[in-house]
Design a protein. Structure first.
Length: 430
């Protein structure tokens, strides 16, 4: 079984020496799942177990553990290759919509030009050269090819402003895809962020919290009975192996022993006061690129309708070859042009509806954060009771009694003085 990518990332972020609680809080995985994943990763990547005098276990990994896994698992190699290939394929897919739009406009207007020129020749053969030449003076063939260049955005924006763009924007072909379909879900990692922030809150509070400290990071906390009895904390307790504790006055706080043990003191980590969902963005394209996309879509539809009228004429009936080919696919080109404008319009109104829902949820979480910051005396007493269970155990090298990195006999000799001192202390206590 290939190692879990979330566990691998957590190990790297935490400095390659971790406890189960460290990984669970960093990755948002359940405690039991994180423990199983760490054991599997240590076995496959040549990691070591370090046992503290209190029985806690620290996992130590080599910094090149990814190279070890890559050589061991063909699946990881194939996955890395596929990620590289997919980046290229997806880029080609993204720009293909812009390429199709440009190609559609070129095909339509070239076919229109051929029909018009042929019509002029048939009306007056003697004046055909002058008339067709004069006609070409009014035919504008846009310079479509410069929009394929990588620095299109910079050149296009400079025609409107002399200031340099503050951040990299997509070129025109990428902007067409963004205009059509947007740039993906901005909250695709919402659950990962949610559990990371919840785990960080618990770690910042040294493993003991009240429900009001967790509520700003949840969506629904229920109403009435379920809210008063804090049923919304059950998923948090399940994920991080928490234990409810009841105060003498009946308040409930939550104790997470396994998140109180860490391989290194990370201090207080800064996080937001509440989980904030990101609003959906219509497009990352500039306003100029969006206007140009709408304009080209309109040009495509108008051209398709004009060509459709011309192809119904008696003269156009004799055309074959290029004009016949364009006429055969004209329905597809027209549908593409209509969809090019209809899809973004539908998506725009859908985004407005979606963002109203997101803002409502953000507002609810913010209100819960305000309640926590303006704690009533009852809530302050509850938080004070939670702090009675707060603790942190940092397992350093001086706390270790055994590690798989060295032979057991060598460790016993190195720890002999310490073992004697421990026995003497226990005898004195007895």
């Amino acid at each position: 079984m290939a190692p879990n990518p979330a566990i691998m990332q957590a190990v790297e972020k935490l400095g390659y020496r971790v406890t189960v609680g460290d990984v669970a809080a960093q990755s948002g995985l359940e405690i039991n799942f994180a423990q199983q994943g760490l054991l599997a990763l240590a076995s496959d990547a040549g990691g070591h177990l370090q046992v503290a005098d209190t029985g806690e276990i620290v996992y130590q990994f080599p910094r090149n553990f990814r190279d070890v896994l890559r050589n061991k698992f063909l699946r990881l190699q194939l996955q890395e290759w596929w990620e590289k290939i997919w980046k290229v394929l997806f880029y080609l897919i993204r720009i293909s919509f812009g390429v199709i739009l440009v190609a559609s406009i070129i095909l339509i207007y070239v076919a229109i030009a051929i029909i018009i020129i042929a019509s002029l020749f048939s009306n007056d053969n003697n004046d055909s050269n002058s008339r067709s030449s004069g006609n070409f003076n009014f035919i504008w063939i846009p310079d479509f090819w410069w929009i394929f260049t990588p620095d299109y955005d910079r050149r296009y924006s400079q025609s409107y402003t002399t200031s340099a763009p503050e951040e990299k924007k997509p070129n025109f072909l990428e902007a067409v895809f963004s205009f059509l379909f947007g740039d993906g879900n901005p909250n695709a990692d919402l659950e990962k962020r949610r559990w990371f922030q919840i785990g960080t809150v618990i770690r910042n509070q040294r493993g003991a919290v009240a429900a009001e400290q967790i509520a700003p990071y949840l969506d629904e906390i229920g109403q009435g009975y379920s809210r008063d009895y804090e049923d919304y904390m059950l998923p948090v307790l399940t994920k991080f192996n928490g234990v409810p504790e009841v105060s003498p006055v009946g308040d409930i706080v939550y104790h997470f022993p396994e998140l109180q043990t860490t391989a290194a003191d990370q201090g207080q980590q800064s996080i937001g006061a509440y989980l904030r969902e990101k609003l959906w963005q219509f497009s990352s394209a500039t306003s100029g690129q969006i206007a140009l996309s709408i304009g080209l879509g309109t040009v495509n539809i108008v051209g398709a309708l004009v060509l459709m009228v011309l192809l119904r004429g008696a003269l156009a009936a004799k055309f074959g070859g290029f004009v016949g080919f364009v006429g055969g696919i004209l329905g597809i080109l027209l549908v593409y042009g209509v969809g090019f404008l209809v899809i973004p319009a539908i998506r725009y109104f859908w985004i407005q509806h979606k963002n109203r829902q997101i803002e409502a949820r953000n507002q609810q979480r913010q209100e819960r954060a305000v309640v926590l910051n303006q704690a009533t005396p009852e809530l302050q007493n509850k938080l004070a009771y939670a702090r009675q269970f707060a603790a942190q155990k940092v397992i350093g090298q001086e706390n270790l009694v055994y590690t798989t990195e060295n032979e057991l006999l060598d460790q016993q000799l190195q720890q002999s003085d310490r073992i004697d001192e421990e026995w003497r202390r226990r005898l004195e206590q007895g």
